[in-house]
Write a protein of this length. Sequence first.
Lengths: 353, 121
Amino acid sequence: MSGPNVAAVQTPQPEEQLKKTRLEAFLCAHAGAQQVRVEQQQRLSGGAIQENWLLEVSVEGGAYAGRQRWVLRSDAQSAVPGSLSRAEEFTVLSTVYCAGVKVPRPLWLCEDTSVHGRAFFIMEWVSGITAGHKLTSHPGAQGDMRLVAELGANLARIHQIKPGQARALDFLGDPQQVSVQSCIDAHRGVLDHLGAFQPVLEWALRWCEMNAPEPAVPCLLHGDFRTGNYLAETSRLQAILDWEFTGWGDPREDIGWFTARCWRFARPDLEAGGIGSLERFMAGYNEVSSLRIEREELLFWQVMATLRWAVIAQQQAQRHLSGEEPSLELALTGRLLPELELDLLRLTGGLRR
Amino acid sequence: MNIRPDASDLLAIARQTLFAELLPQLPDHLRYQALMVANAMAIAGRECRDGEVADVAEARGLEALLDAPVESLADARQALCRAIRQGRFDAPGQDQEQLFAVLSAITRARLSISNPKVLAE
Protein backbone atom coordinates (compact mmCIF):
# COMPACT_ATOMS: atom_id res chain seq x y z
CA MET A 1 0.00 0.00 0.00
CA SER A 2 2.74 2.45 0.91
CA GLY A 3 5.07 1.91 -2.06
CA PRO A 4 6.59 5.07 -3.51
CA ASN A 5 4.51 4.91 -6.72
CA VAL A 6 1.21 4.77 -4.91
CA ALA A 7 2.21 7.68 -2.71
CA ALA A 8 3.14 9.69 -5.79
CA VAL A 9 -0.27 9.09 -7.33
CA GLN A 10 -2.09 10.09 -4.16
CA THR A 11 -0.23 13.37 -3.76
CA PRO A 12 -2.31 16.08 -5.46
CA GLN A 13 -0.69 18.01 -8.28
CA PRO A 14 1.26 20.88 -6.70
CA GLU A 15 -0.64 23.53 -8.70
CA GLU A 16 -4.00 22.00 -7.76
CA GLN A 17 -2.94 21.95 -4.10
CA LEU A 18 -1.87 25.59 -4.26
CA LYS A 19 -5.15 26.53 -5.93
CA LYS A 20 -7.08 24.80 -3.16
CA THR A 21 -5.02 26.50 -0.47
CA ARG A 22 -5.65 29.90 -2.03
CA LEU A 23 -9.37 29.15 -2.26
CA GLU A 24 -9.46 28.10 1.39
CA ALA A 25 -7.72 31.33 2.41
CA PHE A 26 -10.25 33.35 0.39
CA LEU A 27 -13.20 31.53 1.98
CA CYS A 28 -11.68 31.81 5.45
CA ALA A 29 -11.25 35.58 5.16
CA HIS A 30 -14.77 36.18 3.85
CA ALA A 31 -16.51 33.79 6.22
CA GLY A 32 -14.73 35.40 9.18
CA ALA A 33 -13.56 31.96 10.21
CA GLN A 34 -10.45 30.67 11.96
CA GLN A 35 -10.02 27.89 9.45
CA VAL A 36 -11.77 26.62 6.31
CA ARG A 37 -11.10 23.23 4.72
CA VAL A 38 -12.46 22.26 1.31
CA GLU A 39 -12.94 18.55 1.80
CA GLN A 40 -14.40 17.68 -1.59
CA GLN A 41 -14.92 19.39 -4.93
CA GLN A 42 -17.23 17.98 -7.55
CA ARG A 43 -18.05 19.42 -10.95
CA LEU A 44 -21.81 19.86 -11.32
CA SER A 45 -23.49 19.00 -14.59
CA GLY A 46 -25.07 21.64 -16.79
CA GLY A 47 -23.63 25.00 -17.69
CA ALA A 48 -21.93 24.84 -21.07
CA ILE A 49 -20.77 28.42 -20.57
CA GLN A 50 -19.98 28.40 -16.87
CA GLU A 51 -18.42 25.86 -14.58
CA ASN A 52 -20.14 25.01 -11.33
CA TRP A 53 -18.32 23.16 -8.57
CA LEU A 54 -19.95 21.78 -5.44
CA LEU A 55 -17.65 22.39 -2.46
CA GLU A 56 -18.00 20.33 0.71
CA VAL A 57 -16.51 22.65 3.27
CA SER A 58 -15.77 22.46 6.96
CA VAL A 59 -15.58 25.82 8.73
CA GLU A 60 -14.12 26.51 12.17
CA GLY A 61 -15.37 29.64 13.90
CA GLY A 62 -17.41 32.58 12.64
CA ALA A 63 -20.99 32.80 11.44
CA TYR A 64 -20.62 29.79 9.11
CA ALA A 65 -19.06 27.38 11.61
CA GLY A 66 -19.79 23.76 10.80
CA ARG A 67 -20.14 21.79 7.59
CA GLN A 68 -21.25 23.82 4.57
CA ARG A 69 -22.14 23.05 1.00
CA TRP A 70 -21.23 25.89 -1.29
CA VAL A 71 -21.12 26.25 -5.07
CA LEU A 72 -18.24 27.90 -6.84
CA ARG A 73 -19.35 29.35 -10.19
CA SER A 74 -16.67 30.48 -12.62
CA ASP A 75 -16.37 31.22 -16.31
CA ALA A 76 -15.58 28.17 -18.40
CA GLN A 77 -12.56 28.15 -20.72
CA SER A 78 -14.45 29.65 -23.64
CA ALA A 79 -16.66 32.64 -22.92
CA VAL A 80 -19.80 33.27 -24.97
CA PRO A 81 -20.45 36.81 -26.15
CA GLY A 82 -23.70 38.36 -24.95
CA SER A 83 -23.66 36.62 -21.60
CA LEU A 84 -22.83 38.37 -18.33
CA SER A 85 -19.48 38.31 -16.55
CA ARG A 86 -19.35 36.61 -13.15
CA ALA A 87 -19.17 40.01 -11.39
CA GLU A 88 -22.30 41.17 -13.22
CA GLU A 89 -24.11 37.92 -12.56
CA PHE A 90 -23.21 38.19 -8.87
CA THR A 91 -24.74 41.68 -8.75
CA VAL A 92 -27.92 40.44 -10.48
CA LEU A 93 -28.18 37.50 -8.10
CA SER A 94 -27.71 39.77 -5.07
CA THR A 95 -30.38 42.18 -6.36
CA VAL A 96 -33.01 39.53 -7.03
CA TYR A 97 -32.18 37.74 -3.77
CA CYS A 98 -32.95 40.96 -1.91
CA ALA A 99 -36.17 41.32 -3.92
CA GLY A 100 -37.37 37.99 -2.54
CA VAL A 101 -36.81 35.87 -5.66
CA LYS A 102 -35.96 32.24 -4.92
CA VAL A 103 -32.31 31.92 -5.88
CA PRO A 104 -29.24 30.38 -4.29
CA ARG A 105 -28.02 32.89 -1.71
CA PRO A 106 -24.99 34.66 -3.18
CA LEU A 107 -22.05 34.88 -0.75
CA TRP A 108 -18.81 36.33 -2.11
CA LEU A 109 -17.35 37.45 -5.41
CA CYS A 110 -13.69 37.08 -6.32
CA GLU A 111 -12.45 39.01 -9.34
CA ASP A 112 -8.78 38.50 -8.45
CA THR A 113 -7.76 35.87 -11.02
CA SER A 114 -4.63 34.98 -9.05
CA VAL A 115 -6.84 33.01 -6.62
CA HIS A 116 -8.52 30.57 -8.99
CA GLY A 117 -7.30 31.45 -12.49
CA ARG A 118 -10.65 32.95 -13.43
CA ALA A 119 -13.22 35.20 -11.77
CA PHE A 120 -15.76 33.31 -9.66
CA PHE A 121 -18.35 33.70 -6.98
CA ILE A 122 -19.53 31.53 -4.13
CA MET A 123 -23.19 30.82 -3.42
CA GLU A 124 -25.07 28.46 -1.16
CA TRP A 125 -25.81 25.04 -2.58
CA VAL A 126 -29.51 24.25 -3.09
CA SER A 127 -30.98 20.77 -3.52
CA GLY A 128 -33.51 19.82 -6.19
CA ILE A 129 -34.03 18.59 -9.74
CA THR A 130 -33.49 20.59 -12.93
CA ALA A 131 -34.04 17.89 -15.57
CA GLY A 132 -36.99 18.96 -17.75
CA HIS A 133 -38.16 15.45 -18.57
CA LYS A 134 -38.24 14.44 -14.89
CA LEU A 135 -40.03 17.59 -13.76
CA THR A 136 -42.70 17.24 -16.46
CA SER A 137 -43.38 13.52 -16.06
CA HIS A 138 -46.03 14.00 -13.36
CA PRO A 139 -49.11 11.89 -13.96
CA GLY A 140 -51.98 14.32 -13.17
CA ALA A 141 -54.00 16.08 -15.87
CA GLN A 142 -53.48 19.43 -14.08
CA GLY A 143 -49.75 18.94 -13.62
CA ASP A 144 -48.11 20.43 -10.56
CA MET A 145 -50.43 23.24 -9.45
CA ARG A 146 -48.34 24.42 -6.52
CA LEU A 147 -45.03 24.51 -8.38
CA VAL A 148 -46.47 26.32 -11.39
CA ALA A 149 -48.01 29.03 -9.18
CA GLU A 150 -44.69 29.51 -7.37
CA LEU A 151 -42.94 29.85 -10.70
CA GLY A 152 -45.44 32.52 -11.72
CA ALA A 153 -45.06 34.46 -8.46
CA ASN A 154 -41.26 34.37 -8.66
CA LEU A 155 -41.16 35.53 -12.27
CA ALA A 156 -43.41 38.44 -11.26
CA ARG A 157 -40.98 39.34 -8.44
CA ILE A 158 -38.17 39.55 -11.01
CA HIS A 159 -40.36 41.72 -13.23
CA GLN A 160 -41.10 44.10 -10.33
CA ILE A 161 -37.50 45.35 -10.60
CA LYS A 162 -37.51 48.35 -12.92
CA PRO A 163 -34.64 50.25 -14.56
CA GLY A 164 -33.67 53.26 -12.50
CA GLN A 165 -34.77 51.61 -9.24
CA ALA A 166 -31.73 49.41 -9.24
CA ARG A 167 -28.73 51.59 -10.08
CA ALA A 168 -26.40 48.66 -9.41
CA LEU A 169 -27.83 47.09 -12.58
CA ASP A 170 -26.97 50.01 -14.87
CA PHE A 171 -24.44 47.77 -16.64
CA LEU A 172 -27.40 45.93 -18.20
CA GLY A 173 -27.62 48.79 -20.68
CA ASP A 174 -30.23 51.23 -21.85
CA PRO A 175 -33.74 49.76 -21.61
CA GLN A 176 -34.91 52.16 -24.33
CA GLN A 177 -32.63 50.42 -26.84
CA VAL A 178 -34.53 47.14 -26.50
CA SER A 179 -37.31 46.63 -29.04
CA VAL A 180 -39.02 43.93 -31.02
CA GLN A 181 -37.60 45.37 -34.22
CA SER A 182 -34.01 45.35 -32.92
CA CYS A 183 -34.52 41.72 -31.93
CA ILE A 184 -35.88 40.81 -35.39
CA ASP A 185 -32.98 42.63 -37.04
CA ALA A 186 -30.50 40.75 -34.86
CA HIS A 187 -32.04 37.38 -35.77
CA ARG A 188 -31.94 38.23 -39.48
CA GLY A 189 -28.31 39.28 -39.11
CA VAL A 190 -27.40 35.94 -37.52
CA LEU A 191 -29.25 33.89 -40.16
CA ASP A 192 -27.67 35.88 -43.01
CA HIS A 193 -24.24 35.52 -41.45
CA LEU A 194 -24.71 31.74 -41.13
CA GLY A 195 -26.04 31.52 -44.68
CA ALA A 196 -29.07 29.74 -43.19
CA PHE A 197 -31.87 30.39 -45.68
CA GLN A 198 -34.92 28.98 -43.93
CA PRO A 199 -38.20 30.22 -45.44
CA VAL A 200 -40.33 29.31 -42.40
CA LEU A 201 -38.07 31.31 -40.07
CA GLU A 202 -38.12 34.15 -42.56
CA TRP A 203 -41.91 34.05 -42.66
CA ALA A 204 -42.16 34.07 -38.86
CA LEU A 205 -39.78 37.04 -38.65
CA ARG A 206 -41.88 38.93 -41.16
CA TRP A 207 -45.04 37.99 -39.26
CA CYS A 208 -43.53 39.39 -36.04
CA GLU A 209 -42.62 42.58 -37.85
CA MET A 210 -46.25 42.97 -38.92
CA ASN A 211 -47.84 41.91 -35.63
CA ALA A 212 -45.67 43.53 -32.97
CA PRO A 213 -47.82 44.65 -30.01
CA GLU A 214 -47.43 47.98 -28.23
CA PRO A 215 -44.37 47.78 -25.98
CA ALA A 216 -44.90 47.32 -22.24
CA VAL A 217 -43.01 49.19 -19.51
CA PRO A 218 -39.53 47.65 -19.45
CA CYS A 219 -38.43 45.65 -16.42
CA LEU A 220 -35.78 43.16 -15.39
CA LEU A 221 -36.01 39.94 -17.41
CA HIS A 222 -34.43 36.66 -16.45
CA GLY A 223 -33.79 36.05 -20.14
CA ASP A 224 -33.77 32.24 -19.97
CA PHE A 225 -36.68 31.47 -17.64
CA ARG A 226 -37.80 27.96 -18.56
CA THR A 227 -38.15 24.43 -17.27
CA GLY A 228 -34.60 23.07 -17.06
CA ASN A 229 -33.24 26.30 -15.54
CA TYR A 230 -34.64 26.03 -12.03
CA LEU A 231 -34.38 23.58 -9.16
CA ALA A 232 -37.56 22.04 -7.77
CA GLU A 233 -38.27 19.41 -5.17
CA THR A 234 -41.54 17.91 -3.89
CA SER A 235 -43.70 20.48 -5.70
CA ARG A 236 -41.69 23.41 -4.36
CA LEU A 237 -39.57 25.81 -6.30
CA GLN A 238 -36.10 25.70 -4.73
CA ALA A 239 -34.08 28.15 -6.83
CA ILE A 240 -34.05 29.88 -10.21
CA LEU A 241 -30.71 29.36 -11.95
CA ASP A 242 -28.77 30.47 -15.04
CA TRP A 243 -28.90 34.25 -14.90
CA GLU A 244 -26.34 34.92 -17.60
CA PHE A 245 -28.88 36.30 -20.13
CA THR A 246 -30.56 38.79 -17.79
CA GLY A 247 -31.40 42.19 -19.22
CA TRP A 248 -34.08 44.87 -19.50
CA GLY A 249 -37.08 44.16 -21.68
CA ASP A 250 -40.78 43.47 -22.08
CA PRO A 251 -42.06 41.21 -19.27
CA ARG A 252 -44.18 39.28 -21.77
CA GLU A 253 -40.97 38.07 -23.43
CA ASP A 254 -40.10 35.93 -20.38
CA ILE A 255 -43.68 34.61 -20.24
CA GLY A 256 -43.58 33.68 -23.95
CA TRP A 257 -40.25 31.90 -23.47
CA PHE A 258 -41.51 29.98 -20.42
CA THR A 259 -44.73 28.87 -22.14
CA ALA A 260 -43.39 28.15 -25.65
CA ARG A 261 -44.08 24.59 -26.77
CA CYS A 262 -40.37 23.86 -27.23
CA TRP A 263 -39.82 24.03 -23.44
CA ARG A 264 -42.69 21.78 -22.31
CA PHE A 265 -40.69 18.53 -22.47
CA ALA A 266 -42.89 15.50 -21.70
CA ARG A 267 -46.11 17.56 -21.35
CA PRO A 268 -46.81 19.66 -24.45
CA ASP A 269 -50.44 19.90 -23.25
CA LEU A 270 -49.42 21.91 -20.17
CA GLU A 271 -48.75 25.36 -21.56
CA ALA A 272 -46.82 26.72 -18.58
CA GLY A 273 -43.46 24.99 -19.06
CA GLY A 274 -44.97 21.48 -19.10
CA ILE A 275 -45.64 22.02 -15.37
CA GLY A 276 -49.19 23.37 -15.28
CA SER A 277 -51.88 25.45 -16.95
CA LEU A 278 -51.37 29.03 -18.06
CA GLU A 279 -54.25 30.11 -15.78
CA ARG A 280 -52.57 28.64 -12.72
CA PHE A 281 -49.22 30.16 -13.67
CA MET A 282 -50.75 33.61 -14.20
CA ALA A 283 -52.73 33.29 -10.95
CA GLY A 284 -49.38 32.95 -9.17
CA TYR A 285 -47.94 35.80 -11.22
CA ASN A 286 -50.89 38.07 -10.39
CA GLU A 287 -50.42 37.54 -6.66
CA VAL A 288 -47.41 39.84 -7.12
CA SER A 289 -48.03 41.86 -10.28
CA SER A 290 -51.11 43.25 -11.97
CA LEU A 291 -49.78 42.56 -15.48
CA ARG A 292 -52.35 40.86 -17.71
CA ILE A 293 -51.44 39.11 -20.89
CA GLU A 294 -54.02 38.72 -23.63
CA ARG A 295 -54.10 35.51 -25.65
CA GLU A 296 -52.87 37.22 -28.82
CA GLU A 297 -50.04 38.96 -26.98
CA LEU A 298 -48.96 35.62 -25.54
CA LEU A 299 -49.09 34.08 -28.99
CA PHE A 300 -46.86 36.83 -30.36
CA TRP A 301 -44.27 36.28 -27.64
CA GLN A 302 -44.41 32.51 -28.14
CA VAL A 303 -43.55 33.09 -31.80
CA MET A 304 -40.65 35.31 -30.73
CA ALA A 305 -39.51 32.63 -28.26
CA THR A 306 -39.67 29.83 -30.83
CA LEU A 307 -37.76 32.00 -33.30
CA ARG A 308 -35.08 32.75 -30.75
CA TRP A 309 -34.57 29.06 -30.00
CA ALA A 310 -34.55 28.24 -33.74
CA VAL A 311 -31.82 30.83 -34.33
CA ILE A 312 -29.78 29.56 -31.38
CA ALA A 313 -30.21 25.98 -32.64
CA GLN A 314 -28.80 27.05 -36.01
CA GLN A 315 -25.84 28.68 -34.27
CA GLN A 316 -25.21 25.56 -32.21
CA ALA A 317 -25.33 23.38 -35.32
CA GLN A 318 -22.82 25.74 -36.91
CA ARG A 319 -20.46 25.38 -33.95
CA HIS A 320 -20.43 21.67 -34.73
CA LEU A 321 -20.26 21.99 -38.53
CA SER A 322 -17.44 24.54 -38.49
CA GLY A 323 -15.25 22.18 -36.49
CA GLU A 324 -15.06 24.68 -33.64
CA GLU A 325 -16.72 22.22 -31.28
CA PRO A 326 -17.55 18.82 -32.84
CA SER A 327 -20.44 17.46 -30.78
CA LEU A 328 -23.25 15.00 -31.36
CA GLU A 329 -25.52 17.01 -29.07
CA LEU A 330 -24.94 20.24 -31.03
CA ALA A 331 -25.46 18.37 -34.31
CA LEU A 332 -28.80 16.96 -33.11
CA THR A 333 -29.85 20.39 -31.86
CA GLY A 334 -29.59 21.54 -35.46
CA ARG A 335 -32.05 18.81 -36.44
CA LEU A 336 -34.67 20.23 -34.04
CA LEU A 337 -35.43 22.90 -36.62
CA PRO A 338 -38.40 21.21 -38.37
CA GLU A 339 -40.23 20.85 -35.02
CA LEU A 340 -39.78 24.54 -34.34
CA GLU A 341 -40.87 25.35 -37.88
CA LEU A 342 -44.06 23.37 -37.37
CA ASP A 343 -44.74 25.35 -34.17
CA LEU A 344 -44.07 28.62 -36.00
CA LEU A 345 -46.45 27.76 -38.82
CA ARG A 346 -49.13 26.71 -36.36
CA LEU A 347 -48.77 29.84 -34.21
CA THR A 348 -48.78 32.26 -37.14
CA GLY A 349 -51.84 30.64 -38.68
CA GLY A 350 -49.91 29.24 -41.63
CA LEU A 351 -50.20 25.51 -41.05
CA ARG A 352 -52.13 23.75 -43.81
CA ARG A 353 -53.02 20.14 -44.33
CA MET B 1 -24.28 2.40 -55.39
CA ASN B 2 -25.51 -1.01 -56.29
CA ILE B 3 -24.19 -2.99 -53.37
CA ARG B 4 -26.49 -4.56 -50.81
CA PRO B 5 -26.49 -4.11 -47.88
CA ASP B 6 -26.78 -0.42 -48.73
CA ALA B 7 -26.43 2.59 -46.43
CA SER B 8 -29.94 2.18 -45.00
CA ASP B 9 -29.42 -1.52 -44.31
CA LEU B 10 -26.11 -0.82 -42.56
CA LEU B 11 -27.53 1.96 -40.39
CA ALA B 12 -30.51 -0.20 -39.45
CA ILE B 13 -28.45 -3.19 -38.34
CA ALA B 14 -25.85 -0.98 -36.62
CA ARG B 15 -28.63 0.68 -34.62
CA GLN B 16 -30.19 -2.66 -33.76
CA THR B 17 -26.82 -3.90 -32.51
CA LEU B 18 -26.38 -0.75 -30.42
CA PHE B 19 -29.76 -1.29 -28.76
CA ALA B 20 -29.67 -5.06 -28.34
CA GLU B 21 -26.04 -5.64 -27.39
CA LEU B 22 -24.30 -2.46 -26.33
CA LEU B 23 -26.90 -0.40 -24.47
CA PRO B 24 -27.68 -3.03 -21.79
CA GLN B 25 -23.96 -3.22 -20.95
CA LEU B 26 -23.35 0.51 -20.70
CA PRO B 27 -23.09 2.29 -17.35
CA ASP B 28 -25.83 4.82 -16.60
CA HIS B 29 -23.75 7.92 -17.29
CA LEU B 30 -23.23 6.82 -20.92
CA ARG B 31 -26.86 5.94 -21.63
CA TYR B 32 -27.83 9.42 -22.78
CA GLN B 33 -24.98 9.54 -25.26
CA ALA B 34 -25.85 6.09 -26.59
CA LEU B 35 -29.47 7.16 -27.09
CA MET B 36 -28.26 10.23 -28.97
CA VAL B 37 -26.14 7.98 -31.20
CA ALA B 38 -29.20 5.80 -31.87
CA ASN B 39 -31.27 8.89 -32.67
CA ALA B 40 -28.65 10.23 -35.08
CA MET B 41 -28.54 6.85 -36.84
CA ALA B 42 -32.33 6.76 -37.12
CA ILE B 43 -32.43 10.24 -38.68
CA ALA B 44 -29.62 9.38 -41.10
CA GLY B 45 -31.44 6.17 -42.06
CA ARG B 46 -34.69 8.00 -42.80
CA GLU B 47 -32.82 10.65 -44.77
CA CYS B 48 -31.15 7.94 -46.88
CA ARG B 49 -34.55 6.47 -47.63
CA ASP B 50 -36.70 9.58 -48.09
CA GLY B 51 -34.34 12.53 -48.48
CA GLU B 52 -34.20 12.56 -52.26
CA VAL B 53 -37.97 12.41 -52.70
CA ALA B 54 -38.37 15.24 -50.17
CA ASP B 55 -35.85 17.40 -52.06
CA VAL B 56 -37.67 16.86 -55.36
CA ALA B 57 -40.99 17.77 -53.74
CA GLU B 58 -39.46 20.89 -52.17
CA ALA B 59 -38.00 21.99 -55.52
CA ARG B 60 -41.42 21.59 -57.15
CA GLY B 61 -43.09 23.63 -54.42
CA LEU B 62 -40.51 26.40 -54.63
CA GLU B 63 -40.81 26.47 -58.41
CA ALA B 64 -44.54 27.08 -58.14
CA LEU B 65 -44.06 29.83 -55.54
CA LEU B 66 -41.24 31.62 -57.34
CA ASP B 67 -42.72 31.07 -60.75
CA ALA B 68 -39.27 30.16 -62.09
CA PRO B 69 -37.36 26.92 -62.68
CA VAL B 70 -35.29 25.75 -59.70
CA GLU B 71 -31.70 24.85 -60.57
CA SER B 72 -30.38 24.60 -57.05
CA LEU B 73 -32.44 24.16 -53.89
CA ALA B 74 -30.13 26.45 -51.91
CA ASP B 75 -30.56 29.29 -54.44
CA ALA B 76 -34.33 28.81 -54.55
CA ARG B 77 -34.60 28.89 -50.75
CA GLN B 78 -32.55 32.06 -50.69
CA ALA B 79 -34.76 33.65 -53.35
CA LEU B 80 -37.90 32.76 -51.39
CA CYS B 81 -36.41 34.14 -48.19
CA ARG B 82 -35.67 37.41 -49.95
CA ALA B 83 -39.22 37.63 -51.35
CA ILE B 84 -40.75 36.97 -47.91
CA ARG B 85 -38.52 39.59 -46.27
CA GLN B 86 -39.45 42.12 -48.94
CA GLY B 87 -43.12 41.61 -48.13
CA ARG B 88 -44.33 39.67 -51.17
CA PHE B 89 -46.54 37.43 -49.05
CA ASP B 90 -47.75 39.98 -46.49
CA ALA B 91 -51.33 40.27 -47.69
CA PRO B 92 -53.86 37.50 -47.10
CA GLY B 93 -54.92 36.01 -50.42
CA GLN B 94 -53.95 33.50 -53.01
CA ASP B 95 -50.15 34.04 -52.86
CA GLN B 96 -50.09 33.77 -49.11
CA GLU B 97 -52.24 30.64 -49.18
CA GLN B 98 -49.86 29.06 -51.67
CA LEU B 99 -46.89 30.01 -49.45
CA PHE B 100 -48.57 28.37 -46.43
CA ALA B 101 -49.40 25.22 -48.42
CA VAL B 102 -45.84 24.84 -49.71
CA LEU B 103 -44.13 25.66 -46.37
CA SER B 104 -46.44 23.25 -44.54
CA ALA B 105 -45.68 20.44 -46.99
CA ILE B 106 -41.90 21.06 -46.82
CA THR B 107 -41.95 21.20 -43.02
CA ARG B 108 -43.96 17.97 -42.74
CA ALA B 109 -41.57 16.20 -45.10
CA ARG B 110 -38.56 17.39 -43.06
CA LEU B 111 -40.24 16.33 -39.83
CA SER B 112 -40.97 12.88 -41.20
CA ILE B 113 -37.18 12.52 -41.45
CA SER B 114 -36.02 14.39 -38.32
CA ASN B 115 -38.74 13.43 -35.84
CA PRO B 116 -41.81 11.63 -37.22
CA LYS B 117 -43.24 11.20 -33.70
CA VAL B 118 -44.16 14.90 -33.65
CA LEU B 119 -46.23 14.44 -36.81
CA ALA B 120 -48.31 11.80 -35.10
CA GLU B 121 -49.23 14.12 -32.19
